[in-house]
Ligand binder design. Structure first.
Ligand code: GCU
Length: 138
């Protein structure tokens, strides 16, 4: 299916740093969330047609402790407390997908850490078209 990738290192970052010291990321690196509640990465996502889009976050969590995040779209909850469990090691990446409604035009998708451990390391957001007839546009 058609999709568009948005790299975390190119997104708006609040309380986090871009790093590239763990292999397996896409693009030029990933975001290491500061280990604080409220740290976030916010993506600007544009689609031509309103609809329900799978949003896939690619992440790594080298600890054994979940790093849940609130996912919001245009400020509204889309996936509160979404779980980002341990992936076994920092260079081991996994994906979590939620489906959310996007408006035609520009949307903001924000993933905010909800615990003092901060978020997982975040590689990218992939936005998949609801159908091949409605490809997202970058
Ligand atoms: C380690 C790891 C980082 C990670 C951090 C954390 O320092 O190298 O990539 O972000 O732990 O616990 O958040």
């Amino acid at each position: 299916p058609a999709f568009t990738d948005y790299q975390a290192e190119s997104a708006t970052i609040s309380q986090g740093v871009v790093e590239a010291n763990h292999a397996g990321y896409t693009g030029t690196g990933f975001v290491n969330y500061d280990n604080v509640t409220g740290s976030y990465v916010q993506f600007t996502v544009s689609v031509t047609a309103a609809g329900s889009y799978p949003l896939t976050l690619r992440y790594a969590n080298g600890t054994t402790v979940d790093r849940p995040m609130d996912v919001t779209v245009n400020g509204a909850p889309a996936a509160p407390g979404l779980s980002f469990p341990g992936t076994g090691a920092w260079p081991t990446w996994a994906e979590k997908t939620v489906t959310a409604t996007l408006a035609a035009g520009t949307n903001t998708v924000r993933a905010t850490a909800t615990t003092v451990n901060g978020g997982p390391n975040l590689d990218r957001l992939r936005v998949t078209a609801p159908s091949d007839s409605q490809p997202p546009t970058a």
